[in-house]
Design a binder for this molecule. Structure first.
Ligand code: ADP
Ligand code: ADP
Length: 228
């Protein structure tokens, strides 16, 4: 399960001089793929970071499956985030990078963890890379590892922060398809931030358009772009 509810979520910086997110309310249903789009500075990243527990809201409430997680630490939330810059540990191998989140968040034995990592690596086509370190990988391979690291934890909710922006156009297109395939197979709720309207359109079941911290529109791609 992975319903997500944002209730009048607000984030201010610099003692209220900057309102990054302005009373945002949103219901995301279980298994939905929702894209969040808008220009640079409109509050996409801050919203996602609050969902991940990396940033505390100034006001409002976040619930996952009806449970209030607003005050719950990032580590204890059942979410996994994929970052634009991959955020891989440079000195750890692919295997260690993928296993790390598992060690932090589950009670599995080492053998069980290794098996889960291997299965996930196979699913992502990176099982040959398990002993490599991030600096030996291409951008696309790093992003696959970052995805694998998120998937291996089997979270209720995936959070994507512009995961494809650092890839070239061709790779971006194929990774889009791959993320959609994973989303279909895993049926995990996904909240996907991008500044690319086309990406938001093609990937989202629904699109949220943010402007200056405020929710401007939300709906299916067709609805949203018919009444701009
Ligand atoms: P986006 O992801 O859509 O580009 P952000 O969420 O990063 O937007 O930023 C929203 C607004 O909040 C911007 O005006 C940004 O400058 C500001 N902001 C973000 N993080 C901080 C911070 N740590 N301190 C001060 N202002 C911030
Ligand atoms: P904290 O260390 O504050 O308790 P986290 O460990 O969840 O919180 O995340 C802090 C920062 O570390 C995040 O902003 C992220 O960029 C980075 N980070 C989180 N997980 C990983 C990881 N597995 N590998 C590399 N960097 C990570």
């Amino acid at each position: 399960m992975g319903t997500v509810t944002l209730d009048d979520l607000r984030k201010e910086f610099d003692n209220g001089q900057i309102v990054a997110v302005d009373d945002l309310s949103l219901d995301v249903t279980d298994g939905e793929f929702i894209t969040v789009v808008g220009p640079s500075g409109c509050g996409k990243s801050t919203t996602l970071r609050m969902l991940a527990g990396l940033e505390q809201p100034t006001e409002g409430r976040i619930a996952i499956d009806g449970e209030d997680v607003t005050e719950i630490h990032a580590r204890s939330r059942d979410v996994a985030m994929v970052f634009q810059n991959y955020a891989l540990y440079p000195h750890k191998t692919v295997q260690q990078n993928m296993a790390f989140g598992l060690r932090m968040s589950t009670d599995l034995s080492k053998e069980e963890r290794d098996e889960l990592v291997y299965e996930t690596a196979e699913m992502m086509g990176i099982e040959e890379l398990l002993d490599d370190r991030p600096n030996e990988l291409s951008g696309g391979q790093k992003q696959r590892v970052a995805l694998g690291r998120a998937i291996v934890r089997e979270p209720d909710v995936f959070l994507f922060d512009e995961p494809l922006s650092n890839l070239d156009a061709k790779l971006r297109t194929s990774m889009r398809t791959e993320i959609q395939r994973l989303q279909n197979d895993l049926a995990t709720t996904s909240i996907y931030v991008t500044h690319d309207q086309e990406e938001a359109m093609t990937m989202g079941d629904r699109i949220v358009i943010l402007n200056d911290g405020e929710l401007q529109q939300v709906g299916k791609p067709k609805e949203v772009y018919q009444n701009p």
